[in-house]
Design a protein around this ligand. Structure first.
Ligand code: HBI
Ligand code: FE
Length: 287
């Protein structure tokens, strides 16, 4: 067995939750479905039922219609069962991982249409909030949109783009792109703003905050502007980027990023809460 070394967000000193010694060289492992306890199946079902109710009229339509593919939600599904339908839909498959994995392995999986899903579920004490991605965040937050063909292509393009990001700076820029779209992205629709970011869809409080609070900025998506902007990992976001549709995301990642990286080198970084004078912003949804 390759000794996959654990990865955690930031310089946290918390021990890793997953067993990295079980992971293969590419950091994937088997989903220990037989090991899940009745309590864990029950906790997953309660998390799912609560979030399913929360996302109505807040998540984008593409997410809501795909939720049904996650199974009956009475317990933790087998990734193999979801894969039968997911492969048919967009050629993606779920692979189990012990938790966060290094960027290179992460991008390689995405480039090959393999989405890493953490196999362990949060504890009861973390029911409302957990710092690092767990099974529920990955499964409920990320997987439904992999059934959407355009978003699925964006995720694959992101992975292959990541593999080309040789310099360290480029990885920082790509991490911002992932953060402000895949994790915390908003979409403008004819019925108001809607959420497509997994970090919001799998959380409780941020769903309302990102759509209706007057506090955060809601800036029109622009790859260059976005990649200049630092982000926070342990508070609600101070800025959300808004797309008009998934086509816009895919088009933004189709061209080679090299000219973007060159332009970024001469532009000062922006703080998470900064707003530029002439940029397009969106008002919050009326409550
Ligand atoms: N690993 N398992 C897992 N899940 C992620 O979402 C993830 C990761 N490693 C790195 C990472 N995300 C971010 O740094 C991306 O921006 C690359
Ligand atoms: Fe995530």
């Amino acid at each position: 067995q390759a000794t996959a070394k654990p990865v955690t967000y930031g310089a946290s000193d918390r021990p890793p939750r997953g067993d990295y010694s079980l992971a293969r060289a590419d950091y994937t492992c088997e989903q220990p479905w037989e090991d899940y306890t009745a309590d864990e199946h029950d906790r997953y079902a309660r998390l799912f039922a609560r979030q399913m109710a929360h996302v109505q009229d807040r998540a984008c339509d593409e997410f809501v219609v795909a939720l049904s593919h996650l199974g009956d939600a009475q317990g933790i599904p087998r990734f193999a069962d979801i894969n039968i339908v997911l492969r048919q839909a967009t050629g993606w498959e779920l692979v189990a991982v012990p938790g966060l994995i290094p960027e290179r392995e992460f991008f390689t999986l995405l480039a090959n249409r393999r989405f890493p899903v953490t196999y362990w579920l949060r504890s009861e004490a973390e029911f409302d909030y957990i710092v690092e991605p767990d099974l529920f965040h990955d499964l409920f937050g990320h997987v439904p949109l992999l059934f959407n063909p355009v978003f699925a292509d964006y995720m694959q393009a992101f992975g292959s783009g990541g593999l080309k990001a040789e310099s360290l700076h480029a990885l920082e820029f790509l991490s911002r792109l992932y953060w402000y779209t895949v994790e915390f992205g908003l979409m403008h629709t004819s019925r108001g703003l809607r959420v497509y970011g997994a970090g919001i869809l799998s959380s409780v409080g941020e769903l309302d905050y990102c759509l209706t609070s007057p506090e955060p900025n809601r800036v029109a998506f622009d790859a260059l502007r976005l990649m200049r902007t630092r982000y926070k990992i342990d508070t609600y976001q101070e800025t959300y980027f808004v797309i008009e549709g998934f086509g816009e995301l895919f088009d933004a990642t189709a061209p080679d990023f090299t000219p973007l990286y060159t332009a970024l080198r001469d532009l000062p970084e922006l703080g998470a809460g900064d707003v530029l004078a002439d940029e397009k912003t969106y008002p919050p949804n009326r409550v």
